[in-house]
Design a binder for this molecule. Structure first.
Ligand code: ADP
Length: 398
Protein backbone atom coordinates (compact mmCIF):
# COMPACT_ATOMS: atom_id res chain seq x y z
CA UNK A 1 0.00 0.00 0.00
CA UNK A 2 1.28 3.46 -0.88
CA UNK A 3 1.25 5.89 2.05
CA UNK A 4 0.59 9.61 2.20
CA UNK A 5 4.12 10.13 3.52
CA UNK A 6 5.55 8.41 0.46
CA UNK A 7 3.55 10.68 -1.84
CA UNK A 8 4.54 13.81 0.06
CA UNK A 9 8.19 12.76 0.12
CA UNK A 10 8.17 12.29 -3.64
CA UNK A 11 6.33 15.55 -4.30
CA UNK A 12 8.80 17.37 -2.05
CA UNK A 13 11.57 16.50 -4.49
CA UNK A 14 9.99 18.77 -7.12
CA UNK A 15 11.51 22.23 -6.92
CA UNK A 16 9.98 25.36 -8.46
CA UNK A 17 12.96 26.72 -10.45
CA UNK A 18 11.95 30.36 -9.85
CA UNK A 19 11.08 30.13 -6.19
CA UNK A 20 13.88 27.62 -5.47
CA UNK A 21 11.56 25.84 -3.05
CA UNK A 22 9.78 22.52 -3.18
CA UNK A 23 6.17 22.56 -4.33
CA UNK A 24 4.83 21.00 -1.11
CA UNK A 25 6.19 23.65 1.22
CA UNK A 26 5.04 26.33 -1.24
CA UNK A 27 1.46 25.00 -0.80
CA UNK A 28 1.11 24.13 -4.48
CA UNK A 29 -0.45 20.72 -3.78
CA UNK A 30 -4.15 20.91 -2.91
CA UNK A 31 -7.05 18.52 -2.30
CA UNK A 32 -4.83 15.47 -2.02
CA UNK A 33 -6.72 12.19 -1.73
CA UNK A 34 -5.16 8.74 -1.48
CA UNK A 35 -7.60 5.86 -1.35
CA UNK A 36 -6.56 2.22 -1.95
CA UNK A 37 -3.63 3.23 -4.14
CA UNK A 38 -5.77 5.69 -6.11
CA UNK A 39 -4.09 9.09 -5.94
CA UNK A 40 -5.69 12.39 -6.78
CA UNK A 41 -4.60 16.00 -6.20
CA UNK A 42 -4.52 19.47 -7.67
CA UNK A 43 -1.28 21.14 -8.66
CA UNK A 44 -1.84 24.86 -8.19
CA UNK A 45 0.82 26.82 -10.10
CA UNK A 46 1.77 30.32 -8.96
CA UNK A 47 0.73 32.03 -12.20
CA UNK A 48 -0.59 30.81 -15.55
CA UNK A 49 2.28 32.79 -17.09
CA UNK A 50 5.15 31.03 -15.28
CA UNK A 51 7.93 30.12 -17.74
CA UNK A 52 8.43 26.80 -15.92
CA UNK A 53 4.82 25.56 -15.69
CA UNK A 54 5.29 22.70 -18.16
CA UNK A 55 8.58 21.70 -16.53
CA UNK A 56 7.01 21.61 -13.06
CA UNK A 57 4.05 19.55 -14.28
CA UNK A 58 6.41 17.08 -15.99
CA UNK A 59 8.56 16.83 -12.85
CA UNK A 60 5.48 16.07 -10.74
CA UNK A 61 4.37 13.30 -13.13
CA UNK A 62 7.89 11.85 -13.12
CA UNK A 63 8.11 11.96 -9.31
CA UNK A 64 4.71 10.27 -8.88
CA UNK A 65 5.68 7.73 -11.57
CA UNK A 66 8.61 6.69 -9.36
CA UNK A 67 6.20 5.55 -6.62
CA UNK A 68 5.30 2.51 -8.66
CA UNK A 69 2.44 0.78 -6.88
CA UNK A 70 -0.33 3.28 -7.65
CA UNK A 71 -3.46 2.00 -9.42
CA UNK A 72 -4.67 5.39 -10.65
CA UNK A 73 -3.21 8.87 -10.67
CA UNK A 74 -5.31 11.91 -11.45
CA UNK A 75 -3.80 15.40 -11.40
CA UNK A 76 -5.77 18.58 -11.94
CA UNK A 77 -3.54 21.52 -12.94
CA UNK A 78 -4.66 25.06 -12.18
CA UNK A 79 -2.99 28.38 -11.56
CA UNK A 80 -3.71 30.98 -8.95
CA UNK A 81 -1.66 34.15 -9.13
CA UNK A 82 0.17 34.97 -5.89
CA UNK A 83 -0.21 38.34 -4.19
CA UNK A 84 2.98 40.22 -4.93
CA UNK A 85 2.16 43.18 -2.70
CA UNK A 86 1.04 43.60 0.85
CA UNK A 87 -2.75 43.84 0.72
CA UNK A 88 -2.86 44.30 4.51
CA UNK A 89 -1.39 47.75 4.00
CA UNK A 90 -3.79 48.64 1.21
CA UNK A 91 -7.44 49.34 1.83
CA UNK A 92 -8.07 51.01 -1.52
CA UNK A 93 -7.17 48.26 -4.00
CA UNK A 94 -7.56 44.95 -2.21
CA UNK A 95 -8.81 43.16 -5.31
CA UNK A 96 -5.60 43.75 -7.26
CA UNK A 97 -2.95 41.12 -6.56
CA UNK A 98 -0.01 42.69 -8.39
CA UNK A 99 0.71 46.22 -9.54
CA UNK A 100 3.58 46.69 -11.98
CA UNK A 101 4.75 50.22 -12.76
CA UNK A 102 6.39 50.53 -16.18
CA UNK A 103 8.99 53.29 -16.16
CA UNK A 104 11.65 54.73 -18.43
CA UNK A 105 14.16 57.51 -18.14
CA UNK A 106 13.15 59.23 -21.35
CA UNK A 107 10.21 59.30 -23.74
CA UNK A 108 10.09 57.56 -27.10
CA UNK A 109 11.73 54.31 -25.96
CA UNK A 110 8.46 52.43 -26.56
CA UNK A 111 7.31 52.26 -22.94
CA UNK A 112 3.59 52.50 -23.81
CA UNK A 113 3.92 50.02 -26.67
CA UNK A 114 5.70 47.56 -24.38
CA UNK A 115 3.22 48.12 -21.49
CA UNK A 116 0.28 47.40 -23.76
CA UNK A 117 1.72 44.33 -25.45
CA UNK A 118 2.95 42.88 -22.14
CA UNK A 119 -0.52 43.38 -20.66
CA UNK A 120 -2.01 41.56 -23.66
CA UNK A 121 0.58 38.77 -23.43
CA UNK A 122 -0.21 38.21 -19.74
CA UNK A 123 -3.93 38.29 -20.46
CA UNK A 124 -3.50 35.70 -23.22
CA UNK A 125 -2.10 33.24 -20.66
CA UNK A 126 -5.47 33.42 -18.88
CA UNK A 127 -4.57 35.95 -16.18
CA UNK A 128 -6.93 38.82 -15.40
CA UNK A 129 -5.13 42.00 -16.41
CA UNK A 130 -5.75 45.74 -16.18
CA UNK A 131 -3.85 48.55 -17.91
CA UNK A 132 -3.67 52.00 -16.38
CA UNK A 133 -2.36 54.64 -18.74
CA UNK A 134 -0.87 57.00 -16.17
CA UNK A 135 0.77 59.21 -18.76
CA UNK A 136 -1.67 62.01 -18.07
CA UNK A 137 0.24 64.55 -20.17
CA UNK A 138 0.33 62.33 -23.25
CA UNK A 139 -1.99 59.33 -23.02
CA UNK A 140 -1.38 57.07 -26.00
CA UNK A 141 -3.01 53.77 -24.98
CA UNK A 142 -6.53 54.61 -26.36
CA UNK A 143 -5.00 55.26 -29.80
CA UNK A 144 -2.93 52.08 -29.65
CA UNK A 145 -6.06 50.08 -28.85
CA UNK A 146 -8.17 51.75 -31.53
CA UNK A 147 -10.30 53.40 -28.80
CA UNK A 148 -9.92 57.05 -29.76
CA UNK A 149 -13.59 57.67 -28.95
CA UNK A 150 -13.60 55.44 -25.89
CA UNK A 151 -14.95 56.68 -22.59
CA UNK A 152 -15.43 55.52 -19.03
CA UNK A 153 -18.70 55.42 -17.11
CA UNK A 154 -19.02 56.36 -13.47
CA UNK A 155 -21.21 54.05 -11.38
CA UNK A 156 -21.66 54.29 -7.61
CA UNK A 157 -18.94 56.93 -7.52
CA UNK A 158 -16.47 54.54 -9.11
CA UNK A 159 -14.90 54.78 -12.55
CA UNK A 160 -15.70 51.76 -14.69
CA UNK A 161 -12.68 50.79 -16.81
CA UNK A 162 -13.24 50.31 -20.54
CA UNK A 163 -12.90 46.77 -21.89
CA UNK A 164 -10.56 46.01 -24.76
CA UNK A 165 -9.24 42.62 -25.89
CA UNK A 166 -9.78 41.17 -22.43
CA UNK A 167 -8.04 44.08 -20.67
CA UNK A 168 -9.61 46.54 -18.21
CA UNK A 169 -8.32 49.90 -19.44
CA UNK A 170 -8.22 53.31 -17.77
CA UNK A 171 -6.71 56.35 -19.45
CA UNK A 172 -6.92 60.11 -19.16
CA UNK A 173 -7.29 59.99 -22.94
CA UNK A 174 -10.89 58.84 -22.38
CA UNK A 175 -11.67 62.25 -20.89
CA UNK A 176 -11.34 64.10 -24.18
CA UNK A 177 -12.03 67.64 -22.93
CA UNK A 178 -9.92 67.48 -19.80
CA UNK A 179 -7.04 65.72 -21.49
CA UNK A 180 -6.58 68.74 -23.79
CA UNK A 181 -5.88 70.83 -20.71
CA UNK A 182 -3.53 68.35 -19.07
CA UNK A 183 -0.43 70.30 -20.10
CA UNK A 184 -1.22 72.98 -17.51
CA UNK A 185 -1.86 70.52 -14.67
CA UNK A 186 0.80 70.35 -11.99
CA UNK A 187 1.64 68.57 -8.72
CA UNK A 188 -1.46 68.13 -6.55
CA UNK A 189 -3.94 67.98 -9.46
CA UNK A 190 -1.90 65.37 -11.28
CA UNK A 191 -1.41 63.32 -8.11
CA UNK A 192 -5.16 63.55 -7.42
CA UNK A 193 -6.05 62.25 -10.88
CA UNK A 194 -3.68 59.30 -10.50
CA UNK A 195 -5.03 58.50 -7.03
CA UNK A 196 -8.57 58.44 -8.44
CA UNK A 197 -7.49 56.19 -11.28
CA UNK A 198 -5.96 53.84 -8.74
CA UNK A 199 -8.37 53.72 -5.83
CA UNK A 200 -11.64 55.16 -7.19
CA UNK A 201 -11.83 52.73 -10.07
CA UNK A 202 -13.78 49.52 -10.08
CA UNK A 203 -10.86 47.31 -11.14
CA UNK A 204 -12.71 44.17 -9.94
CA UNK A 205 -10.44 41.14 -9.41
CA UNK A 206 -7.13 41.55 -11.20
CA UNK A 207 -4.06 39.33 -11.18
CA UNK A 208 -1.88 42.05 -12.71
CA UNK A 209 -2.38 45.78 -13.13
CA UNK A 210 0.16 47.31 -15.50
CA UNK A 211 0.69 51.02 -14.92
CA UNK A 212 2.21 52.83 -17.88
CA UNK A 213 4.04 55.73 -16.21
CA UNK A 214 5.18 58.90 -17.96
CA UNK A 215 8.95 59.02 -18.56
CA UNK A 216 11.24 60.45 -15.92
CA UNK A 217 10.92 61.06 -12.22
CA UNK A 218 8.02 63.52 -11.94
CA UNK A 219 4.88 63.70 -9.81
CA UNK A 220 3.18 60.65 -11.29
CA UNK A 221 5.83 57.98 -10.61
CA UNK A 222 6.33 59.55 -7.19
CA UNK A 223 2.59 59.43 -6.42
CA UNK A 224 2.37 55.79 -7.53
CA UNK A 225 5.23 54.82 -5.26
CA UNK A 226 3.79 56.70 -2.30
CA UNK A 227 0.05 56.00 -2.61
CA UNK A 228 -0.18 52.22 -2.54
CA UNK A 229 2.13 49.25 -2.08
CA UNK A 230 3.14 48.02 -5.51
CA UNK A 231 4.78 44.78 -6.59
CA UNK A 232 7.58 46.51 -8.42
CA UNK A 233 8.86 48.62 -11.28
CA UNK A 234 9.70 47.37 -14.73
CA UNK A 235 12.30 49.51 -16.48
CA UNK A 236 12.16 49.93 -20.26
CA UNK A 237 15.15 51.19 -22.15
CA UNK A 238 16.65 51.08 -25.62
CA UNK A 239 20.23 49.98 -26.31
CA UNK A 240 21.66 53.48 -26.72
CA UNK A 241 23.70 54.94 -23.85
CA UNK A 242 21.61 58.09 -24.06
CA UNK A 243 18.51 56.09 -23.04
CA UNK A 244 20.14 53.77 -20.52
CA UNK A 245 21.97 56.62 -18.77
CA UNK A 246 18.66 58.38 -18.14
CA UNK A 247 16.93 55.16 -17.11
CA UNK A 248 19.49 54.94 -14.30
CA UNK A 249 18.02 58.13 -12.77
CA UNK A 250 14.52 56.64 -12.64
CA UNK A 251 15.91 53.47 -11.07
CA UNK A 252 17.68 55.60 -8.44
CA UNK A 253 14.43 57.32 -7.51
CA UNK A 254 12.49 54.08 -7.03
CA UNK A 255 15.35 52.55 -5.08
CA UNK A 256 15.34 55.56 -2.73
CA UNK A 257 11.62 55.06 -2.19
CA UNK A 258 12.21 51.37 -1.41
CA UNK A 259 10.09 50.21 -4.33
CA UNK A 260 11.32 46.85 -5.66
CA UNK A 261 12.62 46.80 -9.23
CA UNK A 262 11.39 43.75 -11.14
CA UNK A 263 13.99 44.08 -13.87
CA UNK A 264 14.71 45.65 -17.21
CA UNK A 265 13.37 45.03 -20.73
CA UNK A 266 15.25 46.33 -23.76
CA UNK A 267 13.02 47.61 -26.54
CA UNK A 268 14.10 48.17 -30.17
CA UNK A 269 16.92 45.86 -29.19
CA UNK A 270 17.87 44.79 -32.69
CA UNK A 271 16.48 44.50 -36.18
CA UNK A 272 15.81 40.90 -37.18
CA UNK A 273 16.38 40.89 -40.93
CA UNK A 274 13.52 38.99 -42.62
CA UNK A 275 15.73 37.96 -45.57
CA UNK A 276 19.04 36.94 -43.96
CA UNK A 277 17.51 36.33 -40.46
CA UNK A 278 20.59 37.98 -38.90
CA UNK A 279 20.16 40.31 -35.94
CA UNK A 280 21.38 43.84 -36.67
CA UNK A 281 22.18 45.94 -33.62
CA UNK A 282 21.28 49.28 -35.16
CA UNK A 283 21.24 51.25 -31.90
CA UNK A 284 24.23 49.52 -30.34
CA UNK A 285 24.40 46.53 -28.13
CA UNK A 286 23.91 45.72 -24.47
CA UNK A 287 22.48 48.94 -22.93
CA UNK A 288 19.91 47.09 -20.82
CA UNK A 289 22.31 44.28 -19.95
CA UNK A 290 24.71 46.91 -18.59
CA UNK A 291 21.94 48.33 -16.40
CA UNK A 292 20.95 44.88 -15.22
CA UNK A 293 24.54 44.17 -14.17
CA UNK A 294 25.12 47.59 -12.64
CA UNK A 295 22.01 47.38 -10.45
CA UNK A 296 22.00 43.62 -10.03
CA UNK A 297 18.49 43.36 -11.44
CA UNK A 298 17.12 40.72 -13.81
CA UNK A 299 17.29 41.25 -17.55
CA UNK A 300 13.77 40.21 -18.53
CA UNK A 301 13.69 40.38 -22.29
CA UNK A 302 14.54 42.07 -25.54
CA UNK A 303 11.95 43.26 -28.04
CA UNK A 304 13.11 43.63 -31.67
CA UNK A 305 12.68 46.74 -33.74
CA UNK A 306 9.86 45.89 -36.08
CA UNK A 307 7.77 48.06 -38.36
CA UNK A 308 4.78 45.78 -37.61
CA UNK A 309 4.90 46.88 -33.96
CA UNK A 310 4.80 50.52 -35.01
CA UNK A 311 2.12 50.26 -37.68
CA UNK A 312 -0.02 48.01 -35.46
CA UNK A 313 0.12 50.63 -32.69
CA UNK A 314 -0.80 53.42 -35.07
CA UNK A 315 -3.73 51.44 -36.47
CA UNK A 316 -5.06 50.42 -33.06
CA UNK A 317 -4.09 46.77 -33.65
CA UNK A 318 -1.26 45.89 -31.24
CA UNK A 319 1.09 43.18 -32.46
CA UNK A 320 -0.12 40.74 -29.75
CA UNK A 321 -3.56 40.89 -31.38
CA UNK A 322 -2.68 41.46 -35.04
CA UNK A 323 0.11 38.90 -35.25
CA UNK A 324 0.32 36.82 -32.07
CA UNK A 325 2.72 34.24 -33.53
CA UNK A 326 5.20 36.74 -35.03
CA UNK A 327 8.76 36.87 -33.61
CA UNK A 328 7.94 40.22 -31.97
CA UNK A 329 4.88 38.76 -30.24
CA UNK A 330 6.96 35.76 -29.13
CA UNK A 331 9.46 38.21 -27.60
CA UNK A 332 6.64 39.94 -25.70
CA UNK A 333 5.31 36.58 -24.48
CA UNK A 334 8.73 35.57 -23.20
CA UNK A 335 9.23 38.91 -21.40
CA UNK A 336 5.71 38.68 -19.92
CA UNK A 337 6.47 35.21 -18.50
CA UNK A 338 9.72 36.44 -16.99
CA UNK A 339 7.90 39.39 -15.41
CA UNK A 340 5.19 37.10 -13.99
CA UNK A 341 7.95 34.91 -12.55
CA UNK A 342 9.54 37.94 -10.85
CA UNK A 343 6.15 38.82 -9.34
CA UNK A 344 5.86 35.28 -7.94
CA UNK A 345 9.38 35.52 -6.50
CA UNK A 346 8.51 38.78 -4.75
CA UNK A 347 5.21 37.28 -3.57
CA UNK A 348 7.01 34.28 -2.09
CA UNK A 349 9.41 36.65 -0.33
CA UNK A 350 6.47 38.58 1.15
CA UNK A 351 4.90 35.32 2.35
CA UNK A 352 8.18 34.30 3.95
CA UNK A 353 8.54 37.64 5.71
CA UNK A 354 4.94 37.42 6.95
CA UNK A 355 5.40 33.92 8.34
CA UNK A 356 8.73 34.90 9.93
CA UNK A 357 6.93 37.74 11.72
CA UNK A 358 4.18 35.32 12.76
CA UNK A 359 6.75 32.86 14.10
CA UNK A 360 8.42 35.62 16.07
CA UNK A 361 5.07 36.45 17.66
CA UNK A 362 4.49 32.78 18.49
CA UNK A 363 7.96 32.32 19.97
CA UNK A 364 8.35 32.59 23.71
CA UNK A 365 9.84 35.75 25.24
CA UNK A 366 13.30 34.11 25.25
CA UNK A 367 13.02 33.62 21.48
CA UNK A 368 12.80 29.83 21.70
CA UNK A 369 10.20 28.24 19.43
CA UNK A 370 7.26 26.51 21.09
CA UNK A 371 7.17 22.73 20.75
CA UNK A 372 4.67 22.14 17.97
CA UNK A 373 4.08 18.48 17.11
CA UNK A 374 1.71 19.50 14.28
CA UNK A 375 4.38 21.28 12.27
CA UNK A 376 6.16 20.15 9.08
CA UNK A 377 4.59 17.36 7.06
CA UNK A 378 1.53 16.92 9.31
CA UNK A 379 0.70 20.59 9.05
CA UNK A 380 1.31 20.69 5.32
CA UNK A 381 -1.03 17.76 4.85
CA UNK A 382 -3.82 19.29 6.87
CA UNK A 383 -3.68 22.49 4.90
CA UNK A 384 -3.37 20.85 1.50
CA UNK A 385 -6.11 18.29 2.05
CA UNK A 386 -8.64 20.77 3.35
CA UNK A 387 -7.89 23.51 0.82
CA UNK A 388 -10.30 24.17 -1.99
CA UNK A 389 -9.40 25.28 -5.49
CA UNK A 390 -11.59 27.62 -7.44
CA UNK A 391 -9.77 27.80 -10.77
CA UNK A 392 -11.12 25.68 -13.64
CA UNK A 393 -9.39 22.53 -14.90
CA UNK A 394 -7.72 23.88 -18.02
CA UNK A 395 -5.42 26.03 -15.92
CA UNK A 396 -6.93 29.29 -17.16
CA UNK A 397 -8.09 31.84 -14.66
CA UNK A 398 -11.75 32.77 -14.42
P1 ADP B 1 7.03 55.95 -25.13
O1 ADP B 1 5.82 55.47 -24.40
O2 ADP B 1 8.30 55.48 -24.51
O3 ADP B 1 7.04 57.42 -25.37
P2 ADP B 1 5.83 54.72 -27.47
O4 ADP B 1 5.39 53.41 -26.95
O5 ADP B 1 4.82 55.79 -27.65
O6 ADP B 1 7.03 55.29 -26.58
O7 ADP B 1 6.61 54.42 -28.81
C1 ADP B 1 7.21 55.45 -29.58
C2 ADP B 1 7.16 55.07 -31.06
O8 ADP B 1 8.00 53.93 -31.28
C3 ADP B 1 5.77 54.65 -31.52
O9 ADP B 1 5.59 55.10 -32.83
C4 ADP B 1 5.82 53.13 -31.49
O10 ADP B 1 4.92 52.53 -32.42
C5 ADP B 1 7.26 52.87 -31.89
N1 ADP B 1 7.80 51.61 -31.35
C6 ADP B 1 7.84 51.23 -30.05
N2 ADP B 1 8.45 50.04 -29.93
C7 ADP B 1 8.81 49.64 -31.18
C8 ADP B 1 9.48 48.49 -31.72
N3 ADP B 1 9.94 47.52 -30.94
N4 ADP B 1 9.65 48.43 -33.06
C9 ADP B 1 9.20 49.43 -33.87
N5 ADP B 1 8.58 50.54 -33.42
C10 ADP B 1 8.38 50.66 -32.09
Amino acid sequence: MVTIDQVIDKLSTVIDPDLKKDIVSMGMIKDLELDSDNLKFTLELTTPACPFNVEIEDDVRRAIGEIGDLKNFDMNVTAKVMEGRSLDEDTGMVTVKNIIGVASGKGGVGKSTVSLNLALALSQTGAKVGLLDADIYGPSIPLMLGMKDGYMEVEDNKLQPADSNGLKVVSFGFFAEQSHQAAIYRGPIISGILRQFLVDTNWSNLDYLIVDLPPGTGDIPLTLAQTIPITGILVITTPQDVASNVAVKAIGMFEKLNVPILGVVENMSHFACPTCSDKHYIFGDGGAKKISEQFNMPFLGEIPLNSGIMSGSDLGRPIMIASPESPSAVAFKSAARNIAAQCSILAARLQQEASATEEQVQDGPDGSARDDPGSSIGQVMTSTISATVDAPQDGRMQ
